[in-house]
Design a protein around this ligand. Structure first.
Ligand code: SF4
Ligand code: SF4
Length: 107
């Protein structure tokens, strides 16, 4: 077990802007627009990017004790998942744009 720092959201002050979800490189934050957000600390390596971006200053670092191997696996898994999702989204946008262009050109 090791002790490490992870980010934690004080949900009372979270306005649900979802900025933290956008900026988290490890996909460790859960929440929907306009609802309070949470950080899955198992998947947070503690980069602190979300803290700098939160407009209400409701994210802080806390200490947790965890198994070292578990942390590596989870963080790696999430990083890959985020990259895959980004690629899929880009493809979806490109497909939509080309469909809309096709429609426009039909008329
Ligand atoms: S500290 Fe970094 S990894 Fe952890 S939730 Fe914030 S942005 Fe994500
Ligand atoms: S950036 Fe801050 S206020 Fe916005 S959703 Fe995340 S924790 Fe809540």
């Amino acid at each position: 077990m090791i002790e490490r720092q992870v980010a934690y959201i004080n949900e009372d002050n979270c306005i649900g802007c979802a900025i933290c979800i956008e900026v988290c490189p490890f996909d460790a934050i859960i929440g929907a627009q306009n609802f309070s957000h949470r950080i899955n600390f198992n998947e947070c390596p503690g980069c602190k990017i979300c803290i700098k971006k939160c407009p209400t200053d409701c994210i802080k670092m806390i200490k947790v004790s965890q198994n070292k191997d578990d942390i590596k696996e989870k963080v790696k898994f999430n990083f890959t998942r985020r990259e895959i999702r980004k690629k899929n989204l880009q493809k979806e946008y490109a497909d939509n744009i080309s469909k809309q262009l096709d429609k426009l050109l039909e008329n």
